[in-house]
Design a protein around this ligand. Structure first.
Ligand code: HEM
Length: 406
């Protein structure tokens, strides 16, 4: 069955009113920003390979803009909207959301123009500012966040440390190579992996109509059940950090293997194995594909030191990229009174999934066929930009529509 008419749901707010709502629900600003940066960060490949246009070497600017721009905007947008709601505290204020959006845009503009040290420094600062503003709300909380969210917040803190290490090195501080490797791993893989596991533990079961084990009865004082699941999240985060340290200090096989095993173990701990996991529907299907690609990417990167980056794109592009589009559609449509569009098939997300998988295939082929590398890289980039456009055209305008109950 196809989803109902696009006209369902609430109507767009006038811009003046929308600004107030978007400040309180930062995904309404940060998801569009993330999509823009997700396209800009891959556009560097065709621009450079076909026309020689580049203000910064693409191997430096591309990963930064994809992680700090695309992934960063979605992580901050999602957590910045959901955590105050879950804690039942004051939402982010206008100046807080404005500062976060402005600094994320500026940091990535600096990356585009090759000012990597400044860009990393600003990005690390934005993440710490975000954590500080959330921490300031804790004393007023009426409930605790789902325990798995600790993992997401650890990922944000680790990425801030990684960005500052990189910034210091770019500014001229001589760091031992293992420390630089660690910084890059915390930033590139940590910012995507830990929030995916932490947030996913809470929401993926719901995508399949299952109860989330991370949804516990409301309580200000942590209960035993909350503490034991929080401890599991904390230990998972620490083992993932250990896997980064191991890889950074030479464990090219052991580090990624430990990471893959830990990620799989945590998913099994969080998501109940049930027949519902084979449910039909676009969201359920995209989540299965993305998790399978993410785990395969982490695993293959352990065994292919030569094409490690290509293998990792199964994780970055097929895993993190596709999950972000899936969760993003769910949030935007759900918060605009259109959640039922995702109950069965939703063609924009379905098409975006196939275009993303096409990009994954071309990106992997680029490492195998060196004589066609430029063409394959540019093709992968164009497919990914196509996936973003197909998704964004019908979904993004709904950030202007309020939820039904508002
Ligand atoms: C679809 C088009 C894409 C193409 C053609 C592409 C291409 C590349 C290439 C060629 C490199 C290696 C740069 C070097 O020489 O060091 C690279 C690195 C990287 N890419 Fe992509 N990429 C794409 C999508 C993505 C996406 C969607 C993400 C993130 C969500 C991403 C994140 C990264 C990261 C983090 C690195 C650095 C990996 C490391 O050094 O550990 N890429 N990409």
């Amino acid at each position: 069955m196809n989803a109902g008419p696009e006209s369902a749901g609430t109507r767009p707010l006038p811009w003046k009113e929308w600004i107030g709502l978007a400040a309180e629900e930062p995904f309404r600003i940060l998801f569009p920003l993330g999509i823009f940066l997700g396209a800009a960060g891959v556009a560097v490949w065709p621009l450079f390979l076909f026309w020689g246009v580049a203000w910064a070497p693409p191997p430096v600017s591309h990963p930064r803009i994809l992680i700090e721009g695309f992934v960063g905007s979605f992580v901050v947008g999602f957590l910045g909207t959901s955590i105050p709601r879950l804690l039942e505290v004051r939402p982010l204020r206008r100046w807080e959301t404005g500062a976060l959006a402005g600094v994320l845009l500026l940091a990535n503009a600096l990356h585009w123009f090759g000012r990597t040290g400044w860009g990393d420094g600003l990005f690390g600062g934005a993440l710490l500012f975000f954590l500080w503003r959330l921490a300031g709300r804790l004393p007023q909380r009426k409930d605790n966040p789902p325990p798995s969210f600790l993992l997401g917040l650890l990922g944000v803190a680790g990425a801030a440390a990684g960005a500052w290490l990189e910034s210091a090195a770019e500014m001229g501080l001589v760091l031992p190579p293992p420390l630089r490797n660690l910084g890059l791993l915390l930033l590139y893989q940590g910012l995507a992996l830990l929030p995916i596991l932490g947030v996913g533990a809470f929401i993926f079961p719901r995508f399949y109509g299952l109860e989330s084990r991370e949804s516990l009865p409301a309580a200000v004082v942590p209960t035993r059940a909350w503490l034991s699941r929080a401890l599991a999240a904390l230990c998972t985060g620490l083992v993932l950090f250990l896997s980064f340290l191991w890889e950074a200090t030479g464990g090219a096989l052991g580090g990624p293997l430990l990471r893959t095993g830990t990620a799989v173990a945590y998913l099994l701990f969080a998501i109940p194995i049930a027949p519902e996991l084979s449910a039909k529907g676009t969201v359920a299907g995209c989540t299965r594909w993305a998790l399978a690609l993410a785990v395969s990417g982490l695993l293959f990167s352990a065994f292919s030191p030569v094409s490690r980056t290509g293998a990792l794109h199964l994780f970055f592009l097929g895993g993190a990229g596709l999950l972000i589009l899936t969760v993003g559609a769910r949030v935007i449509l759900g918060f605009s009174g259109r959640g039922e569009l995702l109950a069965a098939r939703y063609w924009p997300l379905r098409q975006a999934k196939w275009w993303t998988i096409g990009a994954v295939v071309l990106r992997a082929a680029a490492d195998r066929l060196p004589f066609r590398r430029d063409l394959l890289l540019a093709g992968a980039a164009l497919l990914w930009i196509g996936a973003l456009l197909i998704w964004a055209w019908p979904v993004l305008p709904k950030v202007r529509c309020p939820d039904t109950e508002e």
